[in-house]
Design a protein. Structure first.
Length: 356
């Protein structure tokens, strides 16, 4: 069946329908990872977006148990070529069947390099995937321009708190759209991890007397999370060690008076170099975000830049002055992905007083 990808600038790509055949309108973003398509599909940070994979062949090792959450989150999926015969000893099914099960519409046969070039030159834009060959551009383009991602954190967070048992430090993880491997990375270091829904009052977390607090990754515009920012401000004032990743990093910055802005086309992939400003060492990182903290609006009495992106110089982390708080924009828990920055979890353990 034919499918069409229509961008809000009027560009139309024609390909083959994969997955669900329903119409979809979403924000179109691209990911440059060469492996890990299943981790991309099950990353809650993609809620409200449709993902273009720049690597030309997707699905060649099928669907494996490597899910970062219980379901797939992107609104749509766009690939150059979809493997029809996956081969891997852990394979449990095909990606096309997975997309159908998850009710995610997609399109294959698209020149994803040309599409990515458009998104890089013009910036991230909204788009539609449809199988309707009689589509009307005059009707569709106003709909595309009007689309907003909205409150997606409430959509992706856990319904109720749960605990991963451990004998070490007690960590409270605020689930803003957390990937599974964040809790696992703490748990395998011995931590007892209690995962809380995103809208949990700060008082409930503080009253549990955790040794440390983790703020997770998540989707959407950080400035929209006004009520969560208020609670994070209370956590900041509680003098409990805090480590934050991605959206959590942005929300902590907003809670302490900084600002954020949307990047032209974001950072999404497994090969982004970030520089540790304290040591000068460069790490290769996995990233998935469309917003960044404005360095120039960070009060140096509150926080100082700790990492920066080597490609474009944007902020990649903050160290908070006089506080046991550090935050990073990239993903030290990336699975699969570079493990260069996994040491940050060990730094967090040390900040909480080391292993028991």
């Amino acid at each position: 069946m034919k499918a069409f990808l229509i961008l809000e600038d009027g560009t139309v790509f024609t390909g083959t329908s994969i997955g669900s055949t329903k119409d979809m309108i979403s924000e179109i973003v691209f990911n440059t990872s060469m492996t890990g398509y299943l981790e991309v599909l099950t990353d809650p940070s993609y809620a409200g977006q449709a993902v273009v994979m720049t690597y030309p062949l997707i699905g060649n090792y099928g669907i494996t148990p490597d899910m970062e959450s219980g379901k797939a989150w992107p609104d749509g999926y766009i690939v150059r070529e979809l493997s029809r015969m996956p081969s891997n000893f852990r394979c449990e099914g095909t990606i096309q069947d997975f997309l159908k099960e998850q009710d995610i519409p997609g399109i294959a046969g698209v020149d994803t390099r040309a599409l990515t070039k458009i998104l890089r030159e013009k910036g991230t834009m909204n788009g539609m995937i449809t199988t309707n060959e009689n589509y009307n551009l005059d009707e569709i383009l106003p709909e595309l321009k009007a689309y907003k991602v909205g409150d997606v954190v409430s959509k992706v967070t856990c319904a109720e708190k749960y605990v991963l048992e451990g004998e070490g430090k007690k960590v409270a993880l605020l689930d803003l759209g957390a990937k599974n491997n964040i809790a696992k990375s703490l748990n395998k270091r011995g931590c007892e991890v209690t995962v809380y829904p995103a809208h949990t009052p700060a008082e409930e977390i503080i009253s549990s007397n955790p040794d440390g607090i983790m703020l997770s990754n998540g989707p959407g515009d950080p400035a929209d999370c006004t009520s969560i920012i208020e609670e994070i401000r209370k956590l900041y004032n509680a003098d409990i060690p805090i480590f934050a990743i991605c959206l959590g990093h942005q929300l902590m910055a907003l809670a302490t008076g900084a600002t954020t802005h949307k990047l032209k086309y974001g950072h999404r992939g497994g090969n982004h170099p970030v520089k540790d400003l304290q040591t000068g060492r460069v790490y290769i990182s996995s990233q998935n975000h469309g917003y960044v903290v404005d360095d120039e609006n960070v009060d140096p009495k509150i926080a100082v830049p700790a990492f920066k992106n080597v490609n474009d110089g944007t902020n990649e982390g903050l160290a908070y002055v006089g506080k046991n708080i550090f935050t990073v924009q990239f993903h030290p828990e990336a699975c699969p992905g570079p493990q260069d920055s996994g040491y940050l979890f060990d730094r967090f353990i040390e900040m909480m007083g080391g292993t028991k």
